[in-house]
Design a protein around this ligand. Structure first.
Ligand code: NAD
Length: 296
């Protein structure tokens, strides 16, 4: 089994890379933060000093980076993956980025005979730790088939949704639904609280009905406990909604609800909560209504 490269060892990349080690893959890892590399090396990986070195030592390499500019830099920049990659190797970009940038990077890689899948994930840190992420993949069927087992070591659902870029289009759809759900939950729990009803009991009463959802079950307990440690940072959700709005405008789809939640996120960022979990959307409503929706 050839070694797999893993670049980007943050909230998501760390547990995902550790799950690959647990599944028996040999890993070569890199991050610009040295402590992150040291932590995954302590779990059994080998360190590299650049993206280029990762590509020189592996035929398949995964990136899990914040946004489009970071992936462009890691792949096409100086000492990047493209410089070290051999023809026939495969980049699996698992970051959530602009689908148009996925296509642009895939085009540059193809000139050197390097293949690419865009394979963003949903499920957040808990599912990254459990290895039960939902992975939505764009790229050629044969490349998908070749990488399926690797992806399965990190996720319980691995679905090919189309050609390159389709994974990130699917992720944008996912992020719209998640953001709007958290905003709806926040609006409702703040209303209940100020109307004198215990928001924890409201949550318990409605979670089994039509308003129940994976988002509600993941976020309501944390919000009601006043826990806003990320998780998924507000700044990253701003990035995803910015990509969604850009893609929507590009193809001619107005996204009115997404734009409202985007402005709520922008207000929270101005309020110093950019690095808080996106469950902190409730803080926006709490400030408007001058009440805190917390478990008693
Ligand atoms: P993070 O900021 O915690 O981690 C990103 C890592 O990339 C950091 O360790 C950073 O040092 C590293 N990095 C940045 N530029 C680099 C470069 N040029 N070379 C090497 N390393 C570099 O972010 P995260 O929460 O792990 O998210 C990663 C991606 O996954 C994002 O696109 C995010 O939208 C997506 N995502 C996150 C979650 C979540 O719940 N956190 C859920 C689903 C998807």
């Amino acid at each position: 089994m050839s070694k797999i490269g893993f670049i980007g060892l943050g909230i998501m990349g760390k547990p995902m890379s550790k799950n690959l080690l647990k599944a028996g893959y040999e890993l070569v890892v890199y991050d610009i933060i040295r402590e992150a590399v040291e932590e995954v090396v302590a779990a059994g990986a080998e360190p590299a000093v650049s993206c280029r070195e990762v590509a020189e030592r592996c035929d398949k390499f995964i990136t899990m980076l914040p946004n489009s500019p970071h992936v462009r830099e890691a792949v096409l920049g100086p000492d990047g993956l493209l410089e070290g990659a051999r023809p026939g190797s495969i980049l699996i970009d698992m970051s959530s980025i602009d689908p148009l940038v996925s296509r642009e990077i895939a085009g540059k890689l193809a000139e050197k005979g390097v293949r690419m899948l865009d394979a963003p994930v949903s499920g957040g840190e808990p599912k990254a730790i459990d290895g039960t992420l939902s992975i939505m993949v764009g790229g050629k069927q044969e490349d998908f088939d070749e990488c399926y087992n690797i992806l399965k070591a990190m996720g319980s659902s691995v679905v090919r949704v189309g050609d390159i870029g389709a994974g990130n289009v699917t992720k944008l759809a996912n992020q719209i639904i998640v953001a709007l759900n958290i905003a709806a939950m926040s609006e409702a729990l703040v209303l209940a609280t100020k109307a004198g009803v215990d928001p924890e009991l409201v949550y318990q009463a409605i979670r089994g009905g039509l308003a129940g959802s994976t988002v509600l079950d993941a976020k309501a307990p944390l919000v009601l406990a006043g826990q806003f440690k990320p998780g998924f940072r507000i700044n990253l959700h701003i990035k995803d909604l910015a990509n969604a709005l850009a893609a929507g405008h590009e193809v001619g789809v107005p996204l009115p609800l997404t734009s409202v939640v985007m402005e709520i996120l922008q207000a929270l960022k101005v309020d110093g909560l950019g690095d808080a979990d996106h469950g902190a959307i409730i803080r926006f409503y709490e400030k408007l209504a001058q009440v805190e929706a917390r478990k008693h």
